[in-house]
Design a binder for this molecule. Structure first.
Ligand SMILES: C=C(O[C@@H]1C=C(C(=O)O)C=C[C@H]1O)C(=O)O
Length: 241
């Protein structure tokens, strides 16, 4: 049997999923690579992999996109790893640097700035340019909240804006995946989530950051109806940018 090629996110937010895949027989049926989110998206879009834990903002760029798992990377309010860090309060932000690792959060920043905060902002991806604010996601944000004058948690701001939880990344396939594989995949992901205690023990300590709170509370992993509603709303806003 040909192995199913899978790209997952190389951040702490995905460690429980990886634990589950590695401790299940499914590991023998997949080719797993760990990538930054923007590369996950590129691999699913190009067909280099069959399934990716893909930034949801890139779903419209995938032909035959379908969500194959009941689990995702989500939050209900603050997530503590998806930020706009800024030298000025949000109503004074004129320039913002996007994060090269991100697809979802870069768009989330644009959506919030335009439709929630009603700010006109110039965006750049140039790492050298000095801007009022930056988007930063993932492990590189851990413990950095207090290094900036203002830190806007975008999960929290989305909730204030819409009243809804959020989905940052979902397991998206670019082809039909058979149900037996999906069932086994879901079971492995669930097993990983149920073993977050073991995952926590293996993680390096991080200063000024509560990993337990992050894995058990800030991150939420279920693809719920509200999270799907939020996804559709978010993709609608992106079209209007
Ligand atoms: C919660 C997070 O969700 C992520 C944010 C993503 C994005 O902005 O494109 C993609 C995948 C997730 O890793 C995070 O990275 O901190």
């Amino acid at each position: 049997m040909n192995k199913i090629k899978i790209s997952a996110v190389a951040y702490t937010n995905t460690k429980a999923f990886i634990y589950g895949l590695e401790h299940s027989d499914i590991i023998n049926k997949i080719d797993l690579s760990l990538d930054i989110p923007s590369d996950c998206a590129a691999k699913v879009i190009s067909g280099q992999v069959d399934i990716g834990l893909m930034p949801v903002a890139a779903i419209p760029l995938v032909s035959n996109a379908n969500i194959v798992a009941d689990y995702c990377i989500g939050s209900d309010g603050a997530v503590n790893s998806v930020f706009i860090f800024s030298d000025v309060p949000v109503e004074k932000i004129k320039t913002l640097r996007l994060d090269g690792h991100s697809r979802t959060s870069n768009n989330l920043a644009k959506v919030l700035l335009k439709f929630y905060w009603k700010q006109e902002v110039e965006f750049t991806t140039d790492p050298i340019v000095k801007t009022d604010a930056i988007v930063l996601i993932g492990d590189r944000t851990f413990g950095k909240k207090n290094n900036f004058a203002f830190a806007y948690d975008m999960g929290e701001e989305w909730k204030k804006f819409t009243g809804l939880p959020f989905m940052y990344a979902a397991w998206v396939a670019n082809k039909e995946i058979d149900q037996a594989f999906k069932d086994e995949f879901n079971a492995a992901l669930k097993f990983g989530l149920e073993h977050r205690k073991e995952v926590l023990k293996e993680l390096p300590k991080t200063e000024n950051f509560d990993l337990e709170d992050y894995l058990y509370h800030k991150l939420q992993f279920d693809v719920t109806e509200d999270r799907k509603k939020a996804l559709n709303m978010f993709l609608g806003y992106i079209e209007e940018l």
